[in-house]
Design a protein. Structure first.
Length: 319
């Protein structure tokens, strides 16, 4: 690791930033309350004795600050919040103390970094997460519509629900009570609008998966049974740099997390819990199935199984 003179911890929020700089040579601590403006942060970090390195916790403010610091020639490490060491008896938490804690951990080399995605990778990740949000919205809209009918004693028996035939059946309902008819029309229109939004997002994902930096990985992942375009694209965008994972660590990342709570003669081993780093919970079951066999070999794999089509040639899957 490069020999830095100043370790800088930033406690970053939407409307405020608290910085703490720790000089390795003199032990001097410099603190400043800043605004989230990147220019102001760069100006303050540049005023401290160099060479300097900056860290802040990954969170809702994104990676724009890290990219700005790196572009200005200032090394930046984005810390994984779940990996930060915290004293168990310390119950006082303030922005200043958090900034000091980050600077101290960075000085000791105890920061576990997360990968800073490129702008293109983050944009593709946002697209996948938007589709997952839309899937949840569609499920809720369909639930509200079906339960509104159920309260009136109306149940669909003619085959599978939410098909073209089912939609035609939904359009036939009329109610004498004006309030009920307005409520039904509103719920039905909301369901159709959400369905159209999901279809447009699906089409955008298919298009991006076929012609982007993620295409090689999506194609190779599609050679695995049970993985089509949507799941493969979700894994490719969320994982990003496959070299940072091994055959052991990828299982935990996709949500296959073994648990144990044993003491003395008591042994308790609950089922594996989904605590991975994937934003979309629907990706986890598929990811778990191939994690052990996948390891680091997928991005560099050779071709596909005999008779297996790549993801881009198969119908769009669902999380």
């Amino acid at each position: 690791m490069r020999n830095y003179r100043t370790s800088i911890g930033l406690d970053v929020h939407a409307r405020s930033v608290v910085g703490c700089g720790l000089d390795r040579s003199t032990g001097e601590v410099t603190e400043r309350r800043l605004t989230p403006d990147h220019h102001e942060i760069l100006e303050w970090t540049g005023s401290l004795p160099g060479p300097a390195v900056v860290t802040y916790e990954a969170g809702p403010t994104g990676f724009g600050l890290a990219r700005a610091l790196l572009a200005a020639g200032i090394d930046c490490v984005v810390a994984a919040p779940s990996k930060l060491q915290r004293p168990s008896g310390d119950r006082v938490k303030t922005d200043v103390r958090d900034a000091r804690h980050l600077a101290r951990l960075l000085h000791l080399g105890e920061i576990v970094a997360v990968t800073v995605p490129t702008v293109e990778q983050e944009a593709a990740r946002d697209l996948v997460r938007a589709r997952e949000d839309c899937r949840g919205d569609l499920m809720a809209a369909r639930h509200r519509l079906s339960k509104l009918l159920l309260r009136q004693g109306i149940v669909y028996y003619d085959g599978k629900a939410w098909t073209t035939r089912h939609e035609a059946w939904l359009r036939t309902h009329r109610f004498e009570a004006r309030g009920l008819q307005l409520a039904y029309d509103s719920a039905f229109d909301a369901m159709l609008a959400t369905l159209d939004r999901r279809n447009r997002l699906d089409a955008a994902i298919v298009e991006m998966a076929a012609d982007s930096v993620f295409t090689p990985v999506v194609t190779r992942l599609g050679c695995l049974r049970g993985i089509a375009t949507l799941t493969a694209f979700g894994l490719a965008t969320e994982i990003g740099d496959w070299d940072r994972l091994t055959g052991r660590s990828i299982g935990a990342y996709v949500g296959l997390v073994p648990t144990e709570n044993s003491s003395g003669a008591t042994r308790s081993r609950p089922p594996a819990a989904g605590g991975g780093g994937l934003a979309s919970p629907g990706t986890v079951p598929t990811g778990c199935r191939f994690a052990a066999a996948l390891g680091r070999r997928v991005p560099g794999g050779q071709g596909s199984r005999s008779g297996r089509q790549p993801a881009s040639a198969r119908p769009l899957g669902a999380f």
